[in-house]
Ligand binder design. Structure first.
Ligand code: ADP
Length: 347
């Protein structure tokens, strides 16, 4: 378990003070894949660097597996650090060393014997699928392959925590997916707690179970990914959600709304937001079958987080005032968030 208690961090440089972290309280449980998301400058890297004590807090306490880092001697701190692996955006491999040597370095520093090192490096290269590259140099590898080597190196001393600092930000979408799959596998297979920082919502969406949203050195929201992104409270969180779920009103919907205006029939436009159970198709099916309204789905966007669907849909409901009201009531009873959209809201 990793715990931050009232942690603040200020940097002093050339007489200027920057408040990088401001009173952080956060618990990361064993086995979590905890995502820290925020825009550049939010304080994410500082937070992660406090976990392996590359930076020290100005105030507050960082506790790793019941050890208060502030109180450890240098040699005790080295022991703790050995159990924390880290991967980076730009991989940080030694260009003059072979792949084998890059992975072996932490083991050599940990004074393991040659035979143990050989066995471990081969096992790790096999795990990341690069056994055939042992004698290659980093410059001969693709970005995705370099990150796999970074991962193998991070796992060399059997860490209990893996820190990922924008580990997929320099990679294309397909390679990102492959690396995220490996990180997930590490979490499951080796029961390693993962702390991952990113500015990309889709990274969180794909593998994290918990998330903290950071802004200006503070955690503005945190919790289960689904709770935080299903009911975002802060504008920044909403912005991240809209980067994967389009909740803007699409042009087609706008045109439709303008068309509805001059008509005599009673037609209303609604935005429906689905989360979890309510996202299953039966709700819409039953609405169409049971309620006395004509349902016209204009636009739908669904996304999946932890096997739960999260999404939004724009629908027109046509029918009597009472029937439309009943339909809205039915949807709300089934866990769908319903918002009527009026023409003045779309300019
Ligand atoms: P993020 O990772 O979210 O981009 P950082 O933790 O890197 O955020 O930075 C948070 C704030 O602290 C920024 O304003 C940044 O300029 C400042 N900062 C980070 N590292 C240092 C440092 N070593 N010295 C001075 N200021 C720093």
């Amino acid at each position: 378990m990793i715990r931050f208690e009232n942690v603040s961090k200020q940097y002093e440089r050339n007489g200027i003070t920057t408040q990088a972290l401001n009173n952080i309280n956060l618990t990361i449980d064993k086995g979590d894949i905890y995502g820290i998301i925020g825009y550049s400058g939010a304080g994410k890297s500082t937070l992660v660097r406090l976990i392996n004590f590359l930076e020290k807090p100005t105030q507050g306490e960082v506790i790793i597996e019941n050890q208060l880092l502030n109180q450890l001697s240098n040699s005790e701190l080295r022991q703790v650090r050995r159990k924390i692996g880290m991967i980076f955006q730009h991989f940080n491999l030694l260009e003059s060393k072979t792949v084998y040597d890059n992975v072996a370095i932490p083991l050599i520093l940990n004074k393991k014997n040659k035979q143990t090192i050989k066995q471990k490096v081969h096992e790790l290269l096999e795990f990341v699928g690069l056994s055939d590259k042992a004698n290659s140099y980093p410059k001969e590898l693709s970005g995705g392959q370099k990150q796999r080597i970074g991962i193998a190196r991070a796992l060399a001393n059997d860490p209990t925590i893996l820190l990922c600092d924008e580990a997929t930000s320099a990679l294309d979408p397909q390679t990102t997916q492959a690396i995220l799959n490996i990180i997930k596998q590490i979490n499951v297979k080796y029961k390693i707690t993962v702390v991952l920082i990113t500015h990309e919502m889709h990274v969180i969406e794909q593998i994290c179970n918990k998330v903290a949203v950071m802004e200006k050195g503070q955690i503005i929201e945190h919790g289960n990914v689904l709770d935080v992104f299903g009911h975002p409270k802060h504008q920044t969180t909403r912005n991240f959600v809209s980067s994967v779920i389009n909740d803007q009103i699409p042009t087609g919907v706008v045109e439709n709304l303008l068309e509805i205006e001059g008509k005599k029939e009673n037609i209303k436009l609604f935005k429906l937001e689905f989360l979890g159970r309510s996202a299953s198709e039966p709700v819409m099916n039953s609405l169409i079958l049971q309620q006395k309204v004509v349902v016209n789905i204009l636009f739908a966007h669904m996304s999946e987080i932890e096997k739960t669907v999260l999404g939004s849909m724009f629908v027109q409901l046509k029918g009597s005032e009472t029937n439309i009201e009943q339909s809205v009531h039915y949807l709300r009873e089934n866990g769908v968030q319903v918002t009527e959209i009026k023409h003045w809201e779309i300019n």
